[in-house]
Design a protein around this ligand. Structure first.
Ligand code: COA
Length: 224
C-alpha cells in the first residue's frame, strides 16, 4: 500500500455514537472489565474509531479488521503489513496517524496544575531543561507538554513505548532524534499544536512528510 500523505484522523470520544458492535468479542470483554463507565465508553469509542478508519484503507468491515501486537506492544495491521498506524488519546481527544511507513503519534491535554517538575526531573535531558528554563509558568507548562508528546511520539514510532526511558532521547536538538535501540534508529518529530489546550506530536522516519488532516466535526482540534 502506498499513501501520498501521512493522514491524521481525530475525534471526540465523548461525542461518538455507540460503537460497541464494531468491536471484536475479545475487545467487548475487555471493555466490560473497566470499572468506570467513562473509561469503558472511551475505550469502546477509541477502538471503534480505530477499526472504522483502518477499515476504510483496507476495504474491510471495522469488526473484521485484524489487529495484532508487535513484540514491543505496538498494534499493527495483520491484513496489510505495509499499512502503518498509531493511536493516542487524552481525555476525550483521540488522534490516529495512518501512513505507509512507521509512525508514532501522541496527544496530551495540557493540565495547568500538573506537577511538571517531577516529569522534567526524571525524563528531561540537559538540552530540554535549558529550553524550558526562564519561561514563565504558563509557557513552561505548555513547553513541557510539547516535549513530552515529542518523546512519546518517537518512542511509540520506534515501537518501544516506555520500555525505553524517555530520558535517553533528546527531542529538541536539531536534526533527527536517535533512539538507542540495537541497532539505533533515527526519527523526525514535529509538534502539531492542535489546540491551545492540547499538545501533540508526530514522528516518522523520513523528513517532512506531507500531512492530511481528517477532523470529525466534534473534535477539539484546530490546525494552527
Ligand atoms: C505506549 C505508551 C507510551 C502509551 O502512552 P500513553 O500516553 O499512556 O497512551 P496513548 O494514548 O498515547 O497511547 C496508547 C495507544 O498506543 C498504542 N500502543 C500501545 N503500546 C505501544 C507501543 N509499545 N508502541 C507504540 N504504540 C503503542 C495503542 O494503540 C494504545 O491504545 P490502546 O490502549 O487503546 O491499545 C506506554 O508505553 C506508556 O508507558 N505510557 C506512559 C506515559 C507516561 O508516563 N508519560 C510521562 C511523560 S514523559
Amino acid at each position: 500500500m502506498t499513501l501520498p500523505t501521512v493522514d491524521l484522523w481525530h475525534t471526540d470520544l465523548d461525542a461518538s455514537p455507540d460503537g460497541r458492535s464494531l468491536l471484536t468479542d475479545q475487545e467487548q470483554q475487555r471493555a466490560d472489565r473497566f470499572r468506570s463507565t467513562l473509561d469503558r465508553d472511551r475505550f469502546v469509542a477509541r477502538r471503534a474509531f480505530l477499526r472504522s478508519v483502518l477499515g476504510r484503507y483496507l476495504d474491510r468491515a471495522p469488526r473484521s479488521v485484524m489487529i495484532e501486537q508487535t513484540s514491543g506492544g505496538k498494534p499493527a495491521s495483520r491484513d496489510d503489513p505495509r499499512l502503518h498506524f498509531n493511536l493516542s488519546a487524552s481525555g476525550p481527544t483521540a488522534v490516529l496517524a495512518v501512513a505507509d511507513e512507521e509512525v508514532g503519534v501522541d496527544v496530551e491535554m495540557i493540565r495547568d496544575g500538573a506537577d511538571v517538575d517531577s516529569i522534567t526531573g526524571r525524563w528531561f535531558t540537559p538540552g530540554e531543561h535549558a529550553a524550558i528554563d526562564g519561561l514563565d509558568d504558563g509557557d513552561r507548562v505548555t513547553a513541557v507538554f510539547e516535549i513530552i508528546t515529542r518523546k512519546e511520539a518517537v518512542l511509540k514510532a520506534a515501537s518501544v513505548g516506555f520500555a525505553l526511558s524517555p530520558a535517553l532521547i533528546d527531542v529538541i536538538a536539531p536534526g533527527p532524534v536517535v533512539v538507542p535501540t540495537v541497532p539505533p534508529t533515527t526519527w523526525r518529530v514535529q509538534s502539531l499544536s492542535p489546540h491551545p489546550t492540547l499538545a501533540a506530536a508526530l514522528a516518522t522516519r523520513e523528513g517532512s512528510p506531507k500531512l492530511a488532516f481528517h477532523p470529525s466535526p466534534n473534535a477539539r482540534w484546530e490546525r494552527r
